[in-house]
Design a protein around this ligand. Structure first.
Ligand code: KDG
Ligand code: MG
Length: 402
């Protein structure tokens, strides 16, 4: 089973996606997601210019050898562009291996460890009342875990609040738009919001919240402490994590569980966080953390330290990433929860898939491989559109973390 052809396909069915398609000499095809939100063409170029020429003629069964050839062979290790490109190759190779075996991918990863992959959805609203109604809507749809985000009194717009309630898309303009942020307003509002959620819905059902890297360690410690009565499933990305040791401060002050990792691309981003038990859930994904092979290594290391999976599943990760991730999460011993931001109907039409949502869980399906395909004719109808994530400023104009 040799790689005969490798195509990089860029399409924008509502948002941009980059997909690597590998074709073998015996006619099998495998897909890998290569989407890096706001930097899509950098990965497409990395793949097309530097990776594809090395793939042609290689034995498609040699997944680990190919991974290390791309990782060590570049000399320049790590980084989101490199690791997303490697992830695409790795995912496509796992898809091929499982198709060659005639098995759904989870069978090659150790088989099913649970009935399905419990997912959390995103309830969000412009204010507290609307957010509470959205929580109700997600409960009615069968979600057992719900992320709660809301507009903050006094701020014109906030991360995590979307115009179209079911489909969140922050990459809204070719040149980044600007948001304004007040940590003070946010810290005052959050305990009130979560109190209102628990008063209305009680304690059955998991509640999550994403800070999107906007606090300092001591501010995050205060938030975690103030939210303890509301028993969060997790507090996500409380602080930017380049400085992993900073999370020691949070741990000294609060027992609110911490999740982080959606922007991580290798185990080196999380070695101290996991090794010192500074977090509870690791959010690294298939597409940005080097594919199934590397993410599995991260999750195995996490399992040794009682850290569970909470893989990123935003709309800017394509159905190919989601499908592959579901197989991995069905198989691992230390599953926690999986994010599920629904894709639009246009995206789903371009990426027909075997996974389905039922009873608060996603089920990867029994199709051989990861079960996600690409309708290239449909994809061709949606050409690439430049789109960037916003930037964020404090009310005095200082550039802050978006
Ligand atoms: O591209 C950025 C998004 O994936 C990110 O903002 C979504 O924070 C996010 C989440 O938790 O899904
Ligand atoms: Mg997040």
């Amino acid at each position: 089973m040799k790689i005969a052809k490798a195509d990089v396909i860029v399409t924008c069915p509502g948002r941009n996606f980059v997909t690597l398609k590998l074709t073998t000499d015996d006619g099998l095809t495998g897909l890998g997601d290569a989407t890096l939100n706001g930097r899509e063409l950098a990965v497409a170029s990395y793949l097309g210019d530097h990776v594809v020429p090395c793939l042609i003629g290689r034995d498609a069964h040699r997944i680990d050898d190919t991974w290390h050839t791309l990782y060590r062979g570049a000399y320049w290790r790590r980084g989101p562009v490199t690791m997303t490109a490697i992830a695409a190759v790795d995912t496509a190779l796992w898809d091929l291996k499982a198709k060659a075996a005639g098995l759904p991918l989870y069978q090659l990863l150790g088989g099913r460890s649970r009935d399905g992959v419990t997912v959390y959805g995103h309830a969000n609203g412009a204010d507290m009342a609307e957010t509470l109604d959205e929580v109700q809507r997600f409960r009615d749809m069968g979600y057992k875990a719900i992320r709660v985000q809301s507009g903050i009194p006094g701020l014109a717009s906030t991360y995590g609040v979307s115009k179209d309630k079911l489909f969140y898309e922050p990459a809204d303009a070719a040149v980044p738009t600007e948001n304004l942020w007040s940590t003070e307003a946010y810290l005052d509002f959050m305990p009130k919001l979560l109190d209102a959620v628990r008063v209305r819905f009680g304690y059955d059902g998991h509640i999550l919240h994403d800070v999107h890297h906007r606090l300092t360690p001591i501010e995050a410690a205060r938030l975690g402490k103030s939210l303890e009565p509301y028993r969060l499933f997790w507090l996500e990305d409380p602080v930017p994590a380049e400085n992993q040791e900073a999370f020691r401060i949070l741990r000294q002050h609060t027992v609110t569980p911490i999740a982080i990792g959606e922007v991580f691309n290798t185990i080196w981003d999380a070695k101290t966080l996991i090794g010192e038990h500074l977090i509870d859930y690791i959010r690294a994904t298939v597409v940005h953390a080097g594919g199934i092979s590397h993410l599995r290594r991260i999750l195995d290391f996490a399992a040794l330290h009682h850290v569970r999976s909470g893989c990123h599943g935003a709309t800017d990760l394509s159905p190919v990433c989601l499908g592959a991730s579901l197989h991995l999460n069905l198989a691992i011993p230390n599953f926690g929860v999986h994010e599920y931001m629904r894709h639009t109907a246009e995206t789903d039409a371009v990426f027909p898939h075997a996974y389905s949502f039922r009873d608060g869980m996603l089920h990867p399906g029994e199709a051989p491989g990861h079960g996600v395909t690409l309708d290239e004719t449909a994809a061709a109808r949606f050409p690439y559109k430049p789109a960037s994530l916003p930037i964020n400023r404090l009310t005095d104009g200082t550039l802050w973390h978006w």
